[in-house]
Design a protein around this ligand. Sequence first.
Ligand code: GDP
Ligand code: MN
Length: 428
Amino acid sequence: MGRLAEWHEAQPLIRSGQIPGAAFPPPPSAQTSGVAGVKIQEADAKALLSAQGLAIPPFEIARTPGEVETVAKRLLESGASQVVVKAQVLVGGRGKAGGVKLASTPEEAREVGSRILGMDIKGITVRKVMVAAALDIEREYYLGAILDRGSRRVVLMSSAEGGVEIEEVARVKPEAIHRVAADPLLGLHPFQARRLALGVGLHDGLLNQFTAIAQGLFTTMMANDADLVEINPLAVVKETVDGQVQERLVCLDAKITLDDSGLARHPQLEALRDLDEELPTDARARKLGINYIHLDGNIGCMVNGAGLAMTTMDLVQHYGGKPANFLDIGGGARHEVVRGAMELIVADPNVHAILVNIFGGITRGDEVASGLIEAHGQQAREVPMVVRIVGTNAEEAARLLKESRFETAVSLDEAAEKAVALAGGKAR
Ligand code: GDP
Ligand code: MN
Protein backbone atom coordinates (compact mmCIF):
# COMPACT_ATOMS: atom_id res chain seq x y z
CA MET A 1 0.00 0.00 0.00
CA GLY A 2 1.30 3.47 -0.91
CA ARG A 3 1.95 6.04 1.77
CA LEU A 4 -0.89 8.18 0.58
CA ALA A 5 -3.30 5.30 0.83
CA GLU A 6 -2.02 4.51 4.32
CA TRP A 7 -2.51 8.06 5.35
CA HIS A 8 -6.03 7.88 4.06
CA GLU A 9 -6.74 4.64 5.87
CA ALA A 10 -5.77 6.47 9.02
CA GLN A 11 -8.13 9.39 8.49
CA PRO A 12 -11.03 9.01 10.90
CA LEU A 13 -13.24 10.83 8.45
CA ILE A 14 -12.89 8.33 5.65
CA ARG A 15 -12.61 5.26 7.85
CA SER A 16 -15.87 5.55 9.62
CA GLY A 17 -17.67 7.30 6.82
CA GLN A 18 -18.34 10.11 9.26
CA ILE A 19 -17.56 13.73 8.66
CA PRO A 20 -16.55 15.31 11.97
CA GLY A 21 -19.08 17.79 13.21
CA ALA A 22 -21.66 16.92 10.61
CA ALA A 23 -24.37 14.32 10.69
CA PHE A 24 -23.86 11.81 7.92
CA PRO A 25 -26.39 11.90 5.07
CA PRO A 26 -29.68 10.46 6.22
CA PRO A 27 -32.05 9.35 3.43
CA PRO A 28 -29.68 9.59 0.47
CA SER A 29 -31.81 10.98 -2.30
CA ALA A 30 -33.24 13.73 -0.11
CA GLN A 31 -29.75 15.19 -0.28
CA THR A 32 -29.59 15.59 -4.04
CA SER A 33 -30.44 18.85 -5.69
CA GLY A 34 -33.81 17.61 -6.92
CA VAL A 35 -35.04 20.79 -8.50
CA ALA A 36 -32.06 21.48 -10.70
CA GLY A 37 -31.23 17.89 -11.66
CA VAL A 38 -31.97 16.65 -15.15
CA LYS A 39 -33.19 13.06 -15.06
CA ILE A 40 -32.31 10.99 -18.09
CA GLN A 41 -33.84 7.76 -19.33
CA GLU A 42 -32.49 4.35 -18.35
CA ALA A 43 -31.25 3.71 -21.91
CA ASP A 44 -29.21 6.94 -21.91
CA ALA A 45 -27.91 6.26 -18.41
CA LYS A 46 -26.82 2.80 -19.51
CA ALA A 47 -25.04 4.26 -22.52
CA LEU A 48 -23.07 6.58 -20.22
CA LEU A 49 -22.17 3.70 -17.89
CA SER A 50 -21.19 1.54 -20.84
CA ALA A 51 -18.89 4.32 -22.07
CA GLN A 52 -16.98 3.88 -18.79
CA GLY A 53 -16.64 0.16 -19.38
CA LEU A 54 -19.49 -1.18 -17.23
CA ALA A 55 -21.25 -4.38 -18.25
CA ILE A 56 -24.70 -3.66 -19.68
CA PRO A 57 -26.87 -6.27 -21.43
CA PRO A 58 -27.38 -5.37 -25.12
CA PHE A 59 -30.55 -3.36 -25.76
CA GLU A 60 -32.44 -1.25 -28.26
CA ILE A 61 -35.29 1.24 -27.99
CA ALA A 62 -38.67 0.53 -29.58
CA ARG A 63 -41.70 2.78 -30.01
CA THR A 64 -44.23 0.36 -31.50
CA PRO A 65 -45.15 -3.29 -30.84
CA GLY A 66 -43.78 -4.07 -34.31
CA GLU A 67 -40.40 -2.58 -33.40
CA VAL A 68 -40.41 -4.52 -30.12
CA GLU A 69 -40.89 -7.73 -32.08
CA THR A 70 -38.08 -6.91 -34.53
CA VAL A 71 -35.60 -6.06 -31.78
CA ALA A 72 -36.60 -9.11 -29.72
CA LYS A 73 -36.06 -11.34 -32.75
CA ARG A 74 -32.60 -9.89 -33.28
CA LEU A 75 -31.61 -10.35 -29.62
CA LEU A 76 -33.01 -13.87 -29.40
CA GLU A 77 -31.22 -14.85 -32.62
CA SER A 78 -27.93 -13.54 -31.32
CA GLY A 79 -28.07 -15.79 -28.29
CA ALA A 80 -30.38 -14.29 -25.64
CA SER A 81 -32.64 -16.96 -24.15
CA GLN A 82 -35.23 -14.34 -23.17
CA VAL A 83 -35.77 -10.61 -23.58
CA VAL A 84 -37.01 -8.05 -21.09
CA VAL A 85 -39.28 -5.23 -22.25
CA LYS A 86 -39.02 -2.15 -20.03
CA ALA A 87 -41.04 1.07 -20.01
CA GLN A 88 -38.83 4.12 -20.49
CA VAL A 89 -40.29 6.70 -18.15
CA LEU A 90 -38.49 8.93 -15.67
CA VAL A 91 -39.99 7.37 -12.55
CA GLY A 92 -38.92 4.49 -10.36
CA GLY A 93 -40.93 1.40 -9.51
CA ARG A 94 -41.69 0.50 -13.10
CA GLY A 95 -41.40 -3.18 -12.27
CA LYS A 96 -44.10 -3.01 -9.60
CA ALA A 97 -46.33 -0.99 -11.90
CA GLY A 98 -46.19 -3.71 -14.57
CA GLY A 99 -43.78 -1.81 -16.80
CA VAL A 100 -41.06 -4.50 -16.88
CA LYS A 101 -41.90 -7.86 -18.45
CA LEU A 102 -40.01 -10.86 -19.77
CA ALA A 103 -40.71 -12.59 -23.07
CA SER A 104 -39.33 -15.75 -24.70
CA THR A 105 -40.37 -15.31 -28.31
CA PRO A 106 -40.61 -12.30 -30.68
CA GLU A 107 -44.41 -12.71 -30.74
CA GLU A 108 -44.65 -12.74 -26.97
CA ALA A 109 -42.39 -9.65 -26.86
CA ARG A 110 -44.72 -7.91 -29.28
CA GLU A 111 -47.71 -8.77 -27.11
CA VAL A 112 -45.97 -7.60 -23.91
CA GLY A 113 -44.78 -4.45 -25.75
CA SER A 114 -48.30 -3.60 -26.86
CA ARG A 115 -49.43 -3.78 -23.24
CA ILE A 116 -46.60 -1.61 -21.89
CA LEU A 117 -46.66 1.03 -24.64
CA GLY A 118 -49.41 3.51 -23.83
CA MET A 119 -49.57 2.36 -20.21
CA ASP A 120 -49.80 5.02 -17.52
CA ILE A 121 -47.07 4.84 -14.87
CA LYS A 122 -47.40 7.37 -12.05
CA GLY A 123 -49.17 9.79 -14.38
CA ILE A 124 -46.75 9.40 -17.28
CA THR A 125 -47.72 7.76 -20.54
CA VAL A 126 -45.19 5.21 -21.79
CA ARG A 127 -44.10 6.21 -25.31
CA LYS A 128 -41.05 4.01 -25.70
CA VAL A 129 -39.64 0.79 -24.28
CA MET A 130 -36.23 -0.74 -23.95
CA VAL A 131 -35.91 -4.24 -25.29
CA ALA A 132 -32.89 -5.93 -23.72
CA ALA A 133 -31.37 -9.37 -23.54
CA ALA A 134 -32.66 -10.83 -20.27
CA LEU A 135 -30.26 -12.58 -17.95
CA ASP A 136 -30.56 -15.29 -15.37
CA ILE A 137 -30.46 -13.35 -12.08
CA GLU A 138 -29.06 -15.03 -8.96
CA ARG A 139 -28.89 -12.09 -6.58
CA GLU A 140 -29.60 -8.36 -6.74
CA TYR A 141 -27.57 -5.54 -5.16
CA TYR A 142 -27.80 -1.79 -5.00
CA LEU A 143 -24.90 0.49 -5.88
CA GLY A 144 -25.24 4.24 -6.07
CA ALA A 145 -23.37 7.51 -5.88
CA ILE A 146 -24.77 10.85 -4.83
CA LEU A 147 -23.35 14.30 -4.55
CA ASP A 148 -23.80 14.79 -0.84
CA ARG A 149 -24.12 18.49 -0.19
CA GLY A 150 -23.80 18.03 3.55
CA SER A 151 -20.31 16.57 3.41
CA ARG A 152 -19.50 18.18 0.04
CA ARG A 153 -18.33 14.86 -1.32
CA VAL A 154 -19.43 12.18 -3.65
CA VAL A 155 -20.74 9.41 -1.43
CA LEU A 156 -21.05 5.87 -2.74
CA MET A 157 -23.48 3.43 -1.21
CA SER A 158 -23.98 -0.29 -1.53
CA SER A 159 -26.65 -2.56 -0.20
CA ALA A 160 -27.50 -6.22 -0.49
CA GLU A 161 -31.16 -5.24 -0.66
CA GLY A 162 -31.07 -4.84 -4.43
CA GLY A 163 -34.19 -4.15 -6.46
CA VAL A 164 -35.71 -2.33 -3.47
CA GLU A 165 -35.74 1.47 -3.57
CA ILE A 166 -32.87 2.78 -1.47
CA GLU A 167 -35.11 5.31 0.31
CA GLU A 168 -37.12 2.36 1.58
CA VAL A 169 -33.96 0.54 2.76
CA ALA A 170 -32.77 3.74 4.47
CA ARG A 171 -36.07 3.92 6.31
CA VAL A 172 -36.57 0.36 7.45
CA LYS A 173 -33.04 -1.05 7.57
CA PRO A 174 -30.49 1.77 7.56
CA GLU A 175 -27.70 -0.54 8.76
CA ALA A 176 -27.97 -2.43 5.47
CA ILE A 177 -26.50 0.54 3.59
CA HIS A 178 -22.71 0.79 3.38
CA ARG A 179 -21.20 4.15 2.58
CA VAL A 180 -17.86 5.61 1.64
CA ALA A 181 -17.03 9.21 0.76
CA ALA A 182 -14.74 9.67 -2.23
CA ASP A 183 -11.88 12.11 -1.84
CA PRO A 184 -12.46 15.33 -3.80
CA LEU A 185 -8.87 15.27 -5.08
CA LEU A 186 -7.88 11.63 -5.06
CA GLY A 187 -11.19 10.07 -6.04
CA LEU A 188 -12.46 6.68 -4.98
CA HIS A 189 -9.71 4.43 -3.66
CA PRO A 190 -9.77 0.72 -4.49
CA PHE A 191 -9.89 -0.08 -0.77
CA GLN A 192 -13.06 2.00 -0.46
CA ALA A 193 -14.66 0.15 -3.35
CA ARG A 194 -13.67 -3.16 -1.73
CA ARG A 195 -15.21 -2.02 1.54
CA LEU A 196 -18.51 -1.50 -0.28
CA ALA A 197 -18.23 -4.96 -1.83
CA LEU A 198 -17.30 -6.73 1.42
CA GLY A 199 -20.13 -4.88 3.15
CA VAL A 200 -22.65 -6.64 0.94
CA GLY A 201 -20.90 -9.99 1.21
CA LEU A 202 -19.15 -10.24 -2.16
CA HIS A 203 -15.83 -12.04 -2.40
CA ASP A 204 -13.40 -13.74 -4.79
CA GLY A 205 -13.89 -12.92 -8.47
CA LEU A 206 -17.03 -10.92 -7.82
CA LEU A 207 -15.14 -8.67 -5.41
CA ASN A 208 -12.83 -7.53 -8.20
CA GLN A 209 -15.68 -7.09 -10.65
CA PHE A 210 -17.55 -5.04 -8.10
CA THR A 211 -14.50 -2.86 -7.43
CA ALA A 212 -14.17 -2.09 -11.12
CA ILE A 213 -17.88 -1.27 -11.34
CA ALA A 214 -17.75 1.06 -8.34
CA GLN A 215 -14.77 2.88 -9.87
CA GLY A 216 -16.62 3.09 -13.20
CA LEU A 217 -19.69 4.46 -11.46
CA PHE A 218 -17.59 7.14 -9.83
CA THR A 219 -15.95 8.07 -13.16
CA THR A 220 -19.39 8.22 -14.78
CA MET A 221 -20.45 10.65 -12.07
CA MET A 222 -17.41 12.87 -12.54
CA ALA A 223 -17.20 12.68 -16.34
CA ASN A 224 -20.79 13.83 -16.76
CA ASP A 225 -21.18 16.19 -13.80
CA ALA A 226 -23.95 13.98 -12.44
CA ASP A 227 -25.70 14.53 -9.10
CA LEU A 228 -26.74 10.93 -8.83
CA VAL A 229 -25.85 7.62 -10.45
CA GLU A 230 -27.66 4.47 -9.35
CA ILE A 231 -27.48 0.86 -10.44
CA ASN A 232 -30.43 -0.99 -8.98
CA PRO A 233 -30.28 -3.87 -9.43
CA LEU A 234 -26.63 -4.59 -9.92
CA ALA A 235 -27.14 -8.30 -10.45
CA VAL A 236 -25.09 -11.42 -10.15
CA VAL A 237 -26.11 -13.43 -13.19
CA LYS A 238 -25.37 -17.03 -14.09
CA GLU A 239 -23.91 -17.65 -17.51
CA THR A 240 -22.71 -20.77 -19.24
CA VAL A 241 -19.46 -20.17 -21.11
CA ASP A 242 -17.91 -23.18 -22.89
CA GLY A 243 -20.02 -25.53 -20.82
CA GLN A 244 -18.86 -23.88 -17.59
CA VAL A 245 -21.29 -22.05 -15.33
CA GLN A 246 -19.94 -18.63 -14.37
CA GLU A 247 -21.11 -15.76 -12.24
CA ARG A 248 -20.90 -12.18 -13.47
CA LEU A 249 -21.97 -8.77 -12.18
CA VAL A 250 -24.16 -6.84 -14.61
CA CYS A 251 -25.98 -3.49 -14.42
CA LEU A 252 -29.65 -4.26 -15.09
CA ASP A 253 -31.12 -0.88 -14.30
CA ALA A 254 -29.53 2.56 -14.30
CA LYS A 255 -30.61 5.96 -13.14
CA ILE A 256 -28.63 9.16 -13.65
CA THR A 257 -29.47 12.73 -12.72
CA LEU A 258 -27.30 15.38 -14.33
CA ASP A 259 -26.46 18.67 -12.68
CA ASP A 260 -28.01 21.20 -15.03
CA SER A 261 -25.45 23.81 -14.03
CA GLY A 262 -22.85 21.44 -15.49
CA LEU A 263 -24.63 20.94 -18.80
CA ALA A 264 -22.85 23.85 -20.46
CA ARG A 265 -19.70 21.74 -20.25
CA HIS A 266 -21.37 18.79 -21.99
CA PRO A 267 -23.38 20.04 -24.96
CA GLN A 268 -23.98 16.44 -26.08
CA LEU A 269 -25.77 15.66 -22.80
CA GLU A 270 -28.28 18.45 -23.32
CA ALA A 271 -29.82 16.22 -26.01
CA LEU A 272 -30.61 13.59 -23.36
CA ARG A 273 -33.18 15.82 -21.70
CA ASP A 274 -36.45 14.02 -22.37
CA LEU A 275 -38.76 16.69 -23.72
CA ASP A 276 -41.65 14.19 -23.76
CA GLU A 277 -41.60 14.18 -19.99
CA GLU A 278 -40.65 17.75 -19.21
CA LEU A 279 -43.55 19.77 -17.80
CA PRO A 280 -44.66 22.34 -20.39
CA THR A 281 -44.15 25.16 -17.87
CA ASP A 282 -40.58 24.03 -17.17
CA ALA A 283 -39.81 23.88 -20.88
CA ARG A 284 -41.30 27.36 -21.40
CA ALA A 285 -39.32 28.82 -18.46
CA ARG A 286 -36.13 27.30 -19.78
CA LYS A 287 -36.69 28.81 -23.24
CA LEU A 288 -37.33 32.21 -21.68
CA GLY A 289 -34.15 31.87 -19.63
CA ILE A 290 -35.97 32.43 -16.35
CA ASN A 291 -36.04 30.48 -13.14
CA TYR A 292 -39.56 29.30 -12.34
CA ILE A 293 -40.60 26.89 -9.63
CA HIS A 294 -44.24 26.11 -9.18
CA LEU A 295 -45.58 26.16 -5.60
CA ASP A 296 -49.07 25.62 -4.30
CA GLY A 297 -50.13 29.06 -3.03
CA ASN A 298 -52.32 31.62 -4.80
CA ILE A 299 -50.09 34.71 -5.13
CA GLY A 300 -48.01 34.75 -8.29
CA CYS A 301 -44.65 36.46 -7.84
CA MET A 302 -42.42 38.05 -10.47
CA VAL A 303 -39.10 39.28 -9.19
CA ASN A 304 -35.60 39.94 -10.48
CA GLY A 305 -32.84 38.19 -8.58
CA ALA A 306 -33.09 34.97 -6.59
CA GLY A 307 -32.43 36.62 -3.22
CA LEU A 308 -35.03 39.29 -3.77
CA ALA A 309 -37.46 36.63 -4.98
CA MET A 310 -37.04 34.71 -1.74
CA THR A 311 -37.40 37.87 0.34
CA THR A 312 -40.58 38.66 -1.56
CA MET A 313 -41.96 35.20 -0.85
CA ASP A 314 -41.08 35.59 2.82
CA LEU A 315 -42.96 38.86 3.02
CA VAL A 316 -46.00 37.43 1.25
CA GLN A 317 -45.97 34.69 3.88
CA HIS A 318 -45.42 37.25 6.62
CA TYR A 319 -48.59 39.09 5.63
CA GLY A 320 -50.55 35.85 5.67
CA GLY A 321 -50.42 34.92 1.98
CA LYS A 322 -49.01 31.94 0.12
CA PRO A 323 -46.78 32.29 -2.93
CA ALA A 324 -47.86 30.37 -6.04
CA ASN A 325 -44.35 30.27 -7.40
CA PHE A 326 -40.76 31.33 -7.21
CA LEU A 327 -39.88 33.32 -10.31
CA ASP A 328 -36.64 35.11 -11.04
CA ILE A 329 -36.64 36.91 -14.37
CA GLY A 330 -32.89 37.49 -14.07
CA GLY A 331 -30.92 40.64 -14.69
CA GLY A 332 -31.63 42.89 -17.67
CA ALA A 333 -34.84 41.11 -18.69
CA ARG A 334 -36.46 42.51 -21.83
CA HIS A 335 -40.16 43.16 -22.18
CA GLU A 336 -40.72 39.88 -24.13
CA VAL A 337 -39.32 37.94 -21.18
CA VAL A 338 -41.55 39.84 -18.76
CA ARG A 339 -44.55 39.08 -20.96
CA GLY A 340 -43.62 35.38 -21.14
CA ALA A 341 -43.12 35.19 -17.39
CA MET A 342 -46.51 36.80 -16.84
CA GLU A 343 -48.13 34.21 -19.13
CA LEU A 344 -46.59 31.44 -17.02
CA ILE A 345 -47.93 32.96 -13.81
CA VAL A 346 -51.43 33.54 -15.17
CA ALA A 347 -51.57 30.02 -16.64
CA ASP A 348 -51.61 28.65 -13.09
CA PRO A 349 -55.33 28.51 -12.24
CA ASN A 350 -54.58 28.84 -8.50
CA VAL A 351 -53.18 32.34 -8.94
CA HIS A 352 -55.63 34.94 -7.62
CA ALA A 353 -53.27 37.88 -7.32
CA ILE A 354 -49.88 38.84 -8.69
CA LEU A 355 -47.03 40.66 -7.03
CA VAL A 356 -44.34 42.17 -9.22
CA ASN A 357 -41.25 43.33 -7.36
CA ILE A 358 -38.42 44.76 -9.43
CA PHE A 359 -35.26 46.32 -8.18
CA GLY A 360 -33.84 48.04 -11.25
CA GLY A 361 -30.10 47.83 -11.68
CA ILE A 362 -29.25 46.34 -15.02
CA THR A 363 -32.96 45.64 -15.36
CA ARG A 364 -34.75 48.76 -16.58
CA GLY A 365 -38.00 49.60 -14.83
CA ASP A 366 -39.63 50.99 -17.97
CA GLU A 367 -38.78 47.82 -19.88
CA VAL A 368 -40.52 45.73 -17.19
CA ALA A 369 -43.50 48.10 -17.15
CA SER A 370 -43.95 47.81 -20.95
CA GLY A 371 -43.76 44.03 -20.68
CA LEU A 372 -46.45 44.06 -17.99
CA ILE A 373 -48.67 46.35 -20.06
CA GLU A 374 -48.24 44.17 -23.15
CA ALA A 375 -49.00 41.03 -21.16
CA HIS A 376 -52.06 42.63 -19.60
CA GLY A 377 -53.44 43.46 -23.03
CA GLN A 378 -53.22 39.83 -24.12
CA GLN A 379 -53.95 38.09 -20.85
CA ALA A 380 -56.24 35.08 -20.94
CA ARG A 381 -57.93 36.04 -17.67
CA GLU A 382 -58.11 39.06 -15.42
CA VAL A 383 -55.94 38.73 -12.32
CA PRO A 384 -55.47 41.61 -9.87
CA MET A 385 -51.87 42.75 -9.68
CA VAL A 386 -49.70 45.06 -7.62
CA VAL A 387 -46.43 46.35 -9.00
CA ARG A 388 -43.42 47.75 -7.22
CA ILE A 389 -40.58 48.99 -9.38
CA VAL A 390 -37.63 50.88 -7.93
CA GLY A 391 -34.21 51.77 -9.28
CA THR A 392 -33.24 52.33 -12.90
CA ASN A 393 -35.92 54.23 -14.84
CA ALA A 394 -38.43 53.89 -12.02
CA GLU A 395 -40.05 57.26 -12.80
CA GLU A 396 -40.66 56.27 -16.40
CA ALA A 397 -42.05 52.95 -15.19
CA ALA A 398 -44.36 54.70 -12.74
CA ARG A 399 -45.66 56.98 -15.50
CA LEU A 400 -46.39 54.03 -17.83
CA LEU A 401 -48.09 52.02 -15.09
CA LYS A 402 -50.20 54.97 -14.02
CA GLU A 403 -51.37 55.55 -17.60
CA SER A 404 -52.48 51.95 -17.77
CA ARG A 405 -54.12 52.12 -14.31
CA PHE A 406 -51.94 49.54 -12.63
CA GLU A 407 -52.02 49.20 -8.86
CA THR A 408 -48.57 50.16 -7.58
CA ALA A 409 -46.70 50.17 -4.28
CA VAL A 410 -43.67 52.04 -2.99
CA SER A 411 -42.30 49.69 -0.35
CA LEU A 412 -42.14 45.92 -0.50
CA ASP A 413 -44.18 45.69 2.70
CA GLU A 414 -46.93 47.69 1.10
CA ALA A 415 -46.76 45.58 -2.06
CA ALA A 416 -46.94 42.29 -0.16
CA GLU A 417 -49.80 43.49 2.01
CA LYS A 418 -51.77 44.66 -1.01
CA ALA A 419 -51.14 41.39 -2.87
CA VAL A 420 -52.43 39.37 0.07
CA ALA A 421 -55.54 41.56 0.26
CA LEU A 422 -56.11 41.24 -3.50
CA ALA A 423 -55.89 37.47 -3.25
CA GLY A 424 -58.75 37.51 -0.76
CA GLY A 425 -56.98 37.98 2.52
CA LYS A 426 -55.03 35.70 4.75
CA ALA A 427 -54.21 32.17 3.74
CA ARG A 428 -55.90 29.42 5.70
P1 GDP B 1 -37.63 -0.37 -11.74
O1 GDP B 1 -38.71 -1.21 -11.13
O2 GDP B 1 -38.17 0.86 -12.37
O3 GDP B 1 -36.52 -0.09 -10.78
O4 GDP B 1 -37.02 -1.26 -12.97
P2 GDP B 1 -35.83 -2.33 -13.00
O5 GDP B 1 -35.10 -2.17 -14.25
O6 GDP B 1 -35.02 -2.28 -11.78
O7 GDP B 1 -36.60 -3.70 -13.11
C1 GDP B 1 -37.35 -4.23 -12.04
C2 GDP B 1 -37.02 -5.70 -11.83
O8 GDP B 1 -37.17 -6.43 -13.03
C3 GDP B 1 -35.59 -5.92 -11.43
O9 GDP B 1 -35.37 -5.75 -10.04
C4 GDP B 1 -35.38 -7.37 -11.86
O10 GDP B 1 -35.82 -8.24 -10.85
C5 GDP B 1 -36.28 -7.50 -13.06
N1 GDP B 1 -35.43 -7.48 -14.26
C6 GDP B 1 -34.91 -6.42 -14.89
N2 GDP B 1 -34.08 -6.80 -15.88
C7 GDP B 1 -34.08 -8.17 -15.87
C8 GDP B 1 -33.41 -9.18 -16.61
O11 GDP B 1 -32.62 -8.92 -17.50
N3 GDP B 1 -33.68 -10.48 -16.28
C9 GDP B 1 -34.55 -10.82 -15.29
N4 GDP B 1 -34.77 -12.11 -15.03
N5 GDP B 1 -35.17 -9.90 -14.57
C10 GDP B 1 -34.95 -8.59 -14.84
MN1 MN C 1 -34.55 -0.53 -10.58
